[in-house]
Write a protein that binds this ligand. Structure first.
Ligand SMILES: [Zn+2]
Length: 296
């Protein structure tokens, strides 16, 4: 693989934040990108039936770029040599020991075709001359990042679970920020067990508690400005807008964020974090994963 610096598009920048753009480790048996399909590599061919020029890879690439001299191109002898590979491959050979997934879109998204280790085949009708990224060892389930899903736009985790281990209190949720006024979307469907509207400033803590009976878990949102229509007993769907990002119960507007906390069972309030050394909640990662979210 070569290392070249590229300007990330908005999409790939978001993917880079999630870590999925990173190439996988190079197998010891694989050569550099030399236009020969070696053991350990995944290779595209310009023509069907593994004919024409070869482009060989030892890891994932989420964005091939589309112009020379910076694009990933066909390097082997034969038809297509020197052409950029995006939307130009007709067949592939997976000589690596991992499954490789070819995607229609940049950033490992869209329609895809899997190549098992050893598979040698034409790209199907959806992907032929429509390949835009590929991923070694793709996860069997596609998850979205909770920092994105909370706002349906790019957000960032500012403090993770138990992030305050060096302070007296222990942080029992995950803090996610985007900007004051951003729509806050419900992450897990359920029934509202508590809504406290609060107000801006340290003394005005707000709370929205949503109980999901199937998982027997409650997800609690703090510090946002709940939508005025919210009521105890109301059902809220996944993705429904429930609040706006704010600083209810936060001393400074510059620290606005949404605290998202998973609690076992049916709850109405967040666990005590500030000035409390007892950790009440289990690590929530497996729960968030089971709900289709990456904790990032
Ligand atoms: Zn928090």
């Amino acid at each position: 693989m070569r290392t070249i610096t590229r300007i990330l598009t908005a999409t790939t920048a978001a993917m880079a934040l999630s870590g999925t753009v990173l190439a996988t480790a190079t197998p010891a048996s694989a050569a550099n990108r030399d236009g020969v399909c070696d053991t350990g590599e995944f290779c595209y061919y310009f023509n069907s039936n593994n004919q024409g020029s070869v482009s060989d890879f030892t890891g994932s690439v989420a964005d091939y770029s589309t112009t020379q001299p910076t694009c990933y191109d066909f390097k082997g002898p034969g038809e297509g040599k020197g052409k950029c590979i995006k939307n130009a491959a007709a067949s592939a050979w997976n000589r690596s020991s991992k499954k490789v997934r070819v995607y229609f879109n940049t950033g490992n998204t869209g329609t895809y075709q899997d190549f098992a280790p050893g598979a040698k085949a034409n790209l199907n009708a959806s992907l032929k001359n429509q390949n835009a990224s590929h991923e070694f060892n793709p996860s069997s389930t596609t998850r979205t990042n909770m920092s994105f899903s909370l706002y349906a736009a790019a957000g960032s985790i500012t403090c993770g679970f138990d992030g305050y281990t060096s302070t007296q209190g222990r942080h029992e949720g995950i803090d996610i920020a985007r900007g004051i006024g951003s729509d806050v979307h419900n992450l897990v469907a359920g029934t509202i067990t508590n809504v406290q509207f609060g107000s801006t400033g340290r003394a005005g803590l707000s709370t929205i508690a949503v109980y999901n009976a199937a998982a027997n878990k409650t997800v609690i949102y703090l510090h946002s400005a709940p939508r005025s229509s919210l009521r105890v007993g109301q059902s809220v769907s996944r993705g429904q807008i429930i609040a706006d990002e704010s600083w209810h119960g936060v001393s400074s507007s510059s620290s606005a964020h949404t605290h998202v906390e998973m609690r076992p069972g049916r709850q109405t309030r967040a666990s005590k974090s500030v000035g409390d050394s007892t950790l009440d909640n289990p690590n929530p990662t497996s729960f968030w994963n089971s709900q289709g979210y990456n904790v990032r």
